[in-house]
Design a protein around this ligand. Structure first.
Ligand SMILES: *[C@@H]1O[C@H](CO)[C@@H](O)[C@H](O)[C@H]1NC(C)=O
Ligand SMILES: *[C@@H]1O[C@H](CO)[C@@H](O)[C@H](O)[C@H]1NC(C)=O
Ligand SMILES: *[C@@H]1O[C@H](CO)[C@@H](O)[C@H](O)[C@H]1NC(C)=O
Length: 442
């Protein structure tokens, strides 16, 4: 079942390649740091200078993204969110950054970010005001697009507060047109579908794909497991509409990574990272990088999971199983061999009875049917299962609100399949708490 519809998605991607936004950006989901979830609209630099929305905060985060290895792991954008503006435009109708908190202006901040080899993102809103009440772009679409280009902005997130959702079908493409007209390639992040869904409208994803590099489908993420679960459920429950819209240049955005903050346990943090990778999600950390604990930093910098997220095919994964609190999510990835994909597979335990749950399944039941077999490895635990046939039953233990994520690479050489086995043998691996079945021949 899942093999068939996933091949269907690939065909869609190839066909849709011609009509997507062609600014050359976001060939894989964007990665970076975004202020909003962690730092909100804190404008009190007098009493809270370290945490207020100010050039100091963004410079500091850019420094740490480099010095602590995030850039080497792929994180690239330093993104400002709401509350960077003065409440009034200047007498020429131009946007003005807050004079106290951004005394050197946005061009200087962009220059600083660029001097580190990183890219700079900014926030605005399609309506009369931003969500926090600062001037929106309505009535100034062209001026503001030109202002952002003159500041060397690389990424624009356009929110949808104080706007009529019915005007977005025209307005978001129009702002995108002006971005394009500047001649500066700027990533375009839209909130267009989510506001239309809230208004009971059906978003025109054909048009959204054509005009946006990424877009929000659902609620803002909050600092809680309940929030992460609600997003996971939304993407699972609506996958038949959502999944096919993702591809190189155009992505669904389930919102920021909140790993390292206050609301998620270690297991839950691993789950967010794994599921976001399955979803081909933008990876935008919103966390205080000055004080993040090492185990959370390690999750954010897990190169194997990032590689799944950044897989060049750009096919978003799906929930392929859901029963009694256990879910299995699957994403087709490279390499391909003949008609067979490789896969990332995430086993998610939504149960709250406080003991790990066993999940046992054959690769074939997961839709992994190549006769050449698959090389399987665990992406959190350092365990390589070797090459397994599609008849192999894998058994994983998944912690409550936790995840086990595996990568299964299809083998391209028939001789390397597993022809030797007569009877199967189960081996217990205490490190990962995963049973594995291997062949007597090994
Ligand atoms: C503007 O759009 C055209 C047509 O899609 C595209 O070829 C070009 O690269 C775009 N330029 C920028 C700066 O986004
Ligand atoms: C934005 O402001 C204009 C002019 O005041 C007004 O006509 C329009 O209805 C406003 N839009 C929204 C969504 O409030
Ligand atoms: C959706 O957008 C596409 C591309 O812009 C357009 O051709 C089509 O007519 C739109 N569909 C609806 C139902 O408005």
């Amino acid at each position: 079942m899942c093999q068939k519809c996933q091949i269907g998605i690939l065909v869609f991607c190839l066909i849709s390649g011609g009509i997507a936004l062609e600014n050359g950006l976001a060939r894989t989901p964007p990665m970076g740091w975004l202020a909003w979830e962690r730092f909100r609209c804190n404008t009190d630099c007098k009493n809270d200078p370290e945490n207020c929305i100010s050039e100091n905060l963004f410079r500091t985060m850019a420094d740490i993204v480099i010095s602590e290895g995030y850039a080497a792991a792929g994180y690239e954008y330093i993104n400002v969110d709401d509350c960077w503006l003065e409440k009034e435009r200047d007498r020429f109708g131009q946007l003005v950054p807050d004079r106290q908190r951004f005394p050197r202006g946005m061009k200087a901040l962009a220059d600083y970010v660029h001097s580190k080899g990183l890219k700079f993102g900014i926030y605005e809103d399609f309506g009369n005001y931003t969500c926090a009440g600062y001037p929106g772009v309505l009535g100034y679409l062209r001026t503001d697009a030109e202002t952002f280009a003159s500041w060397d902005v690389d990424y624009v997130k356009l929110d949808g507060c104080y706007a009529h959702p019915s005007e977005m079908d025209r307005g978001y493409p129009e702002f995108g047109f002006y971005l394009n007209q500047t001649g500066r390639a700027m990533m375009y992040s839209c909130s267009w579908p989510v506001y239309q869904i809230y208004a009971g409208m059906q978003p025109n994803f054909t048009s959204i794909i054509e005009h946006c590099n990424l877009w929000r489908n659902f609620d803002d993420i909050q600092d809680s497991w309940a929030s992460v679960e609600s997003i996971i459920d939304y993407y699972g429950n609506n996958q038949d509409v959502i999944v096919a819209n993702a591809g190189p240049g155009h992505w669904n955005d389930p919102d920021m990574l909140i790993i390292g903050n206050f609301g998620l346990s270690y297991e839950q943090s691993k789950t967010q990272m794994a599921i976001w990778a399955i979803l081909a999600a933008p990876l935008l950390m919103s966390v205080d990088l000055r004080s993040i604990r090492p185990e959370y930093k390690a999750i954010l910098q897990n190169k194997k999971i990032i590689a799944v997220d950044q897989d060049p095919l750009g096919i978003q994964g799906r929930r392929i199983y859901k029963h009694k609190g256990i879910e299995i999510w699957s994403r087709p990835i490279t390499p391909l061999y003949q008609n067979y994909f490789s896969y990332a597979i995430a086993f998610l335990n939504r149960r709250t009875d406080g003991t790990p749950s066993d999940v046992a399944v054959t690769l074939k039941e997961l839709g992994l049917t190549s006769p050449t077999g698959y090389r399987v490895e665990d992406l959190y635990e350092d365990v390589d299962y070797g090459v397994l046939s599609s008849q192999t039953k894998i058994k994983v233990k998944v912690n409550p609100s936790g995840v086990v994520i595996l990568r299964a690479d299809v083998q391209n050489d028939f001789k390397r399949r597993i022809p030797y086995y007569t009877t199967q043998r189960t081996i217990y691996n205490p490190l990962s708490q995963v049973f594995r079945i291997r062949n007597n021949g090994f």
